[in-house]
Design a protein around this ligand. Structure first.
Ligand code: TYD
Length: 133
């Protein structure tokens, strides 16, 4: 699966911690867009339910926690994002669902491209079909 945990470089000291992701090091692509999800009202909420044709993303919880379920058509993996220095890289062609958001969760997503609905596959059967090509 084209996905992996990436640890941000962190500088903890008695004033707190500063974490950094730099292009070519922790950041695997130039960022064209950021968005974040927060205020998820209940643990029962599940979001996502899509894959991307070309988009690459780096996801992390700057506060709180959530779980991301990734599916590449062959296997499914759960990744718990529960620390601001722990990011999840997701390559193209991976179905994702996010769930188990804590009340204080802020899920930040750094994206390789601008928003384009054409890049989404929002139907699971269509996603599985796209993996056969
Ligand atoms: P949606 O795809 O439903 O979120 P999730 O993947 O968490 O289920 O997106 C919610 C709304 O936000 C939807 O109307 C599309 C809009 N949106 C943008 O306008 N720009 C963006 O960059 C993103 C990610 C979403």
């Amino acid at each position: 699966m084209d996905a992996k945990i990436v640890m941000m470089r962190s500088f903890p000291d008695k004033r707190g911690t500063l974490s950094v992701g730099e292009l070519g090091k922790e950041m695997p692509f130039p960022v064209k867009r950021i968005y974040y999800i927060y205020g998820v009202p209940s643990k029962d909420i599940r979001r996502g339910y899509h894959s991307h044709k070309a988009l690459r993303q780096l996801c992390l919880c700057t506060s709180g926690s959530c779980t991301m379920m990734l599916d590449d058509g062959k296997e499914r993996c759960d990744f718990v994002l529960d620390s601001p220095d722990k990011a999840l890289y997701i390559g193209p062609g991976i179905w994702r669902e996010m769930y188990d958001f804590s009340e204080d969760a802020v899920l930040m997503v750094l994206a390789s491209e601008e928003y384009s609905e054409d890049d989404y596959i929002r139907d699971y059967d269509e996603f599985i079909e796209s993996k056969r090509d």
